[in-house]
Design a protein around this ligand. Structure first.
Ligand SMILES: Nc1ncnc2c1ncn2[C@@H]1O[C@H](COP(=O)(O)OP(=O)(O)OP(=O)(O)O)[C@@H](O)[C@H]1O
Ligand SMILES: [Mg+2]
Length: 278
């Protein structure tokens, strides 16, 4: 059997912010390969460089050394092959849901040289996404008339408009309540299967990381690095009931313990205890 294609290959990636005393080694010597159509989740203590890595993959941030190849080509800045979704939905308040979804594509098709056929293709794709994301009934509404979950659906639909082969998501469901999150999990798994995208997904929620990911990449801070990678050996057909299985709980416990160890939280607590004893 042919081995799955390497979609993203990161090698020896280093990134620093600031100078001299204020210097932060945000990422130190990151090596990571993501396969085509893989769903990789990134977890780790605050400040370990998850967002920086994602922004670099999106071409929004420069690097100091190392290389990032997508489809075996070195990336140079953002590209239509990669789309990003952030925690704050960042929709255009003055555009309707339908316009928000269509807008990005029409911009990329380039205002002046846009042909009628291109406009029609964009409309067709926008309609298809409105339906598959359960947004058809709010197509003419404005973002502020929608719940957070619905706004995030619009942001995801907008990101998918240009048929990116890679979707980069930075805590996309971080602001949503637990029930809405569960619905969004099944939605994003559906999108992943339907659109055949490769997904890199940052989250603070270890349960979310295991439920969604084929692999969970655990990063550690100071300097930002990859600490360990966990294979998630759950059935490809996810079911919320799985979260109660012994395997799921054992993996969750292992990852949480490792995050605690790498974050320095323990030592901070110990220091605090020492101080209070004095
Ligand atoms: N533009 C910037 N200028 C200076 N330092 C930065 C910048 N962006 C990030 N950093 C620093 O780089 C490190 C990694 O930040 P990053 O935002 O990638 O972490 P993170 O893992 O996403 O954290 P969180 O879980 O809190 O979102 C942090 O120490 C942060 O302060
Ligand atoms: Mg972050």
């Amino acid at each position: 059997m042919k081995s799955p294609m390497k979609k993203i290959v990161v090698e020896g990636l280093c990134k620093q912010f600031g100078r001299a005393a204020n210097q932060v080694q945000a990422l130190a010597d990151i090596d990571l390969t993501v396969r085509e159509n893989e769903f990789v989740t990134l977890v780790g203590a605050s400040g370990c460089g998850k967002s920086t890595l994602l922004r670099i993959l999106g071409g929004l941030e420069t690097i100091d050394s190392g290389s990032i190849r997508v489809d075996d080509r070195e990336i140079e800045g953002p590209g239509v092959d990669r789309a990003m979704v952030f925690q704050n939905y960042s929709l255009y308040a003055w555009l309707t849901v339908r316009q928000n979804i269509r807008f990005s594509r029409l911009l990329k098709v380039n205002g002046r040289n846009r042909t009628q056929a291109e406009v029609e293709t964009a409309s067709g794709r926008a309609d298809a996404l409105l339906h598959s994301m359960g947004l058809a009934h709010v197509a003419e509404a404005y973002p502020n008339q929608l719940s957070g979950g619905m706004q995030q659906r619009v942001a995801i639909a907008r990101a998918l408009m240009g048929k990116p082969s890679i979707l980069l998501m930075d805590e996309p469901f971080g602001a949503l309540d637990a029930q809405t999150r569960e619905v969004m999990h099944d939605l994003i798994l559906h999108v992943h299967a339907l659109e055949k995208t490769t997904l890199v997904f940052v989250t603070h929620d270890v349960e979310e990381a295991i439920y969604l990911g084929h692999r969970v990449v655990l990063m550690a801070p100071r300097p930002g690095r990859i600490d360990s990678i966990y294979d998630v050996r759950l059935s490809a057909r996810r079911d919320p009931e799985m979260k109660l299985s012994p395997e799921f709980i054992a993996l969750k416990r292992e990852i949480l313990a490792r995050i605690r160890e790498t974050s320095g939280m323990k030592t901070d607590l110990e220091r605090l205890e020492q101080l209070t004893r004095q």
